[in-house]
Write a protein that binds this ligand. Structure first.
Ligand code: FES
Length: 101
């Protein structure tokens, strides 16, 4: 998949989650202690915007109903059938690039 430049790294500080768009889809990019992770931006429960959620360590919480996902693996806290897709992230020249379809 092609890498898409979505944001300057300076706009994704440690402990933050941001919503980004790439190729017509929405993604959530999380900065966990300086390590970047990317997951689908749409919650599999009822379509909540995960990129507008809150991040607690590696734990991304959906703003609509509070379901939580590990942003490193995409796994839901309680339901192994409810996962979000994860995507590779690279930093190049101070920019965040995500590897998405
Ligand atoms: S839409 Fe995300 S928890 Fe309901």
């Amino acid at each position: 998949m092609p890498l898409v430049n979505v944001k300057p790294l300076s706009e994704v500080p440690q402990g933050a989650v941001i919503e980004v768009e790439a190729n017509g889809a929405t993604y959530a990019v999380c900065n966990v202690d300086g390590e970047l992770h990317c997951v689908d931006g749409t919650c599999p429960h009822a379509g909540g915007p995960l990129g507008q959620g809150t991040l607690h360590g590696n734990h991304l919480v959906c703003p609509l109903h509070g379901f939580g996902f590990d942003c490193r693996t995409g796994l839901n806290d309680d339901d192994e059938d409810m996962t979000v897709q994860t995507y590779r992230v690279e930093v190049q020249d101070g920019n965040v690039l995500i590897d998405v379809p």
